[in-house]
Design a protein around this ligand. Structure first.
Ligand code: FES
Length: 102
């Protein structure tokens, strides 16, 4: 497992979230007040894209399909219906680069 550069800091303004492909895996990356977090992009309920169809409010992702919620800092479910947490990935910032451990 290595850190891979996925985006530059400027690619994701504070308060925003987006889906990026890391290798062949879609990852939702969020900028929460200048801190970056990464979780699996695929909702554990019916596999909607969290980064594309979801909404970020503070550190809470709300899935756009059925309103399930996850904590983007841990991947933990905060509100049903998702039956399981999403994977959470370690993130580090080096200069202008945001790297994710995959
Ligand atoms: S697919 Fe995300 S809550 Fe249903």
């Amino acid at each position: 497992m290595d850190f891979v550069k996925v985006i530059s800091k400027g690619d994701l303004p504070a308060g925003s979230m987006k889906t990026f492909m890391v290798g062949n895996k879609p990852v939702a990356i969020a900028n929460v007040d200048g801190e970056y977090f990464a979780v699996s992009d695929i909702c554990t309920h019916e596999h909607c894209s969290l980064g594309t169809e979801g909404f970020l409010d503070g550190s809470v992702i709300t899935c756009g399909c059925h309103g399930g919620q996850f904590d983007v800092t841990t991947g933990k479910v905060l509100a049903l219906p998702p039956p399981a947490d999403v994977s959470s990935y370690e993130v580090k910032v080096e200069g202008d680069d945001v790297l994710i451990k995959m």
